[in-house]
Ligand binder design. Structure first.
Ligand SMILES: [Mg+2]
Length: 139
């Protein structure tokens, strides 16, 4: 069941005539807004990705800092005015991370759907082999 925030976001974008339904459609749209010199391909989005990941961490930090102890679930947080705004701001930063992922993948000549499928296949394999927890890129 979609959350209140998901429903609001869906309504907002439907009102603007935007509805991205696949990673590759998103990547095509992201590419249209990627404006930086060719000599900075890969470097620019890689640095932007690191920067935006930091912004996500900052938003989560502030949610943890500012959320009253009585609020124990995401659903409870979403019901408060401050929590609702914090989650919207966090969603926007996650979107910025997604944009840099899409553009970085584009600069590497790889589709976002390929990356998504490859990542899920890796995680499913690890789950089947009982090595989801632990460390090591090649486990
Ligand atoms: Mg940002």
């Amino acid at each position: 069941m979609p959350t209140k925030l998901e429903n609001e976001i869906k309504k907002f974008y439907e009102g603007k005539g935007i509805m991205i339904t696949s990673f590759d459609d998103y990547q095509k749209e992201a590419k249209k807004t990627a404006i930086y010199p060719d000599e900075f391909k890969i470097t620019y989005p890689a640095l932007g990705l690191a920067s935006e990941a930091g912004e996500v961490a900052g938003k989560v930090k502030k949610i943890l800092r500012d959320t009253p102890k009585e609020i124990k679930t995401l659903g409870d947080l979403e019901k408060t005015n401050q929590g609702e705004m914090q989650l919207k701001n966090l969603a926007a930063e996650i979107g910025d991370v997604l944009w840099y992922c899409a553009v970085l993948a584009e600069d590497c000549g790889i589709t976002l759907s390929h990356i998504a499928n490859q990542n899920i296949a890796k995680l499913q394999s690890r789950k089947l082999r009982g090595v989801l927890q632990g460390s090591g890129d090649t486990r």
